[in-house]
Design a protein around this ligand. Structure first.
Ligand SMILES: Nc1ncnc2c1ncn2[C@@H]1O[C@H](COP(=O)(O)OP(=O)(O)O)[C@@H](O)[C@H]1O
Ligand SMILES: [Mg+2]
Length: 357
């Protein structure tokens, strides 16, 4: 967590912003026609608003299947959106492949969960990093420039001395070293934004902290805006400045990480936190961890529940929760702490006070 200093700006510069980001995937025709006449869709992401700021980590937390990776892919412009806007440095951007995509990827880089799958097994570290530097025009003009750029990338991710790693193949590295190479490759673009999709969940417990500390170091030294996607809310507290909680395709709570994790407002966030400590969250994969959280299953995203999508599992559900979608409501304890939950409707709060009088 960064300690605010007197000269730090109160609000950091916005780098990447999503406004009303929405993605519905069509369901295969055969399954679709069995269910209904109209072609059904998976409501993977609905109306997501988020802002990534320079030098800040924003955590996106939720169970497996809640839409986190889809948000990352939409922000990376890997697939078209169903609705919504993505703004980079204030400019709305929509790109589909080709040169505009490369220009966008120079600013916004995605890191995947499984570094083994994201690196090509037949190529060395040198090849991967050289290619990234060349594609993004950061390889310099001479062989010496390239060597210097390679050494700098590996140094940034603490793989030193560079000569020890440059000619290694992915299988010759440990999981943590592979993820460091994947991060170095992303840095080869010299980006403003890193979208890190569960970057440590495939790694051994013992090396997770090292990789998170590396990302934090990059945030501080390179002033990167980082989206940290995780199913582990405890790591969000440790690592992120801001935390957003996602449930069944929608954001349900947001605020500074300390507040969201220590004074969770949304019943779903409370459930996530109460279900800790769960050692499987540290050792298991995302799917197992999501299932073992208990207290019911996430809903179908083909026909998501009306009103608040969490209402079928919610211990505090009220009649209106089954019909009316709750907007973002201020929780009231800290500025910027909000929950999409009718419990925080001023009218509900006032009525509860009446009852308690
Ligand atoms: N390409 C796709 N086609 C159809 N459905 C998809 C596709 N990608 C993701 N989904 C569905 O969207 C929902 C959200 O998935 P995802 O974003 O991967 O969640 P998370 O990363 O939180 O586990 C899931 O129900 C998933 O099955
Ligand atoms: Mg995912």
């Amino acid at each position: 967590m960064t300690t605010p200093t007197t000269d730090a700006p109160a609000v950091r510069e916005e780098v990447l912003e999503a406004v009303g980001l929405t993605k519905h995937f069509p369901v295969s025709r055969r399954l679709g026609s069995l269910l209904t006449r109209t072609r059904p869709t998976v409501h993977a992401v609905d109306d997501v608003h988020l802002t990534l700021r320079r030098g800040q980590v924003t955590a996106l937390v939720g169970e497996s299947g809640s839409g986190k990776s889809t948000v990352a892919r939409l922000l990376a412009q890997l697939y078209p959106r169903t609705a919504g806007t993505v703004r980079l440095h204030g400019e709305p951007v929509t790109v589909r492949g080709g040169r505009p995509f490369r220009a966008y990827a120079r600013r916004v880089q995605l890191i995947f969960q499984d570094p083994f799958a994201s690196l090509n097994p037949v190529h060395t570290v040198r090849y991967h990093l050289t290619r990234a530097l060349r594609i993004h025009g950061n390889a310099g003009r001479t062989a010496a420039d390239l060597d210097a750029a390679l050494a700098k990338l590996l140094e940034r991710v603490s793989l030193t001395p560079a000569e020890r790693y440059l000619d290694k193949f992915p299988h010759e590295l440990s999981g943590g070293q592979r993820q460091r190479v994947a991060i170095a490759r992303a840095l080869g673009a010299d980006p403003d934004v890193l979208l890190a999709d569960e970057p440590v969940s495939m790694l051994d417990v013992s090396i997770r902290l090292g990789v998170l500390n590396l990302l934090r170091d990059l945030k501080e030294r390179l002033h990167l805006a980082i989206l940290y996607i995780t199913h582990d809310i405890a790591s969000a507290r440790y690592f992120a400045d801001e935390t957003l909680v996602m449930y069944a395709g929608r954001l349900v709570e947001g605020g500074d990480s300390e507040t969201v994790t220590q004074s969770p407002a949304h019943p779903y966030t409370r459930l996530l936190i109460d279900s800790a400590p769960d050692p499987d969250r540290i050792t298991g994969d995302a799917v197992a961890a999501g299932r073992e959280r208990g207290d019911g299953e996430p809903p179908s995203l083909i026909r998501p529940p009306a009103g608040c999508r969490f209402h079928p599992r919610c211990p505090a559900a009220m009649p209106r929760c089954t019909t009316d979608l709750p907007p973002r409501l201020e929780v009231g304890d800290r500025p910027d702490h909000w929950a999409a939950c009718w419990l925080y409707d001023p009218a509900t709060v006032a009525a509860a006070r009446e009852v308690n009088r």
